[in-house]
Design a protein around this ligand. Sequence first.
Ligand SMILES: [Zn+2]
Length: 109
Amino acid sequence: MKRRHFMMTCKEAAQSISRTQDLRLPLSERIGLRMHLLFCASCRQYDRQVRWLHHIFSTVAAPWREARLGDEFKSRLCQQMRRYEAKAGPGEANPEGKRDATDSKSTDQ
Ligand SMILES: [Zn+2]
């Protein structure tokens, strides 16, 4: 039989704090976490930081989750990449001596 401690450890508390962001903890675990946070300033600070990060990712970053590139932008990006690869060759980072005539003529950058 697994022995239950009155207080959860900081490691257990940290795991519970992380889990609370994704799911609702069982009542006994919630109570254990509350008890731990009552007495442990370090875990209280960690809890605040995790909540803050979760808030940032779920609100501020949310609009970019559904961001999509337009078809025209994608095809232009592919053209640029192909042009760059053709110029630089495999494993070369576009050395000055290999620039060709099309380089100075390109206006769409
Ligand atoms: Zn702690």
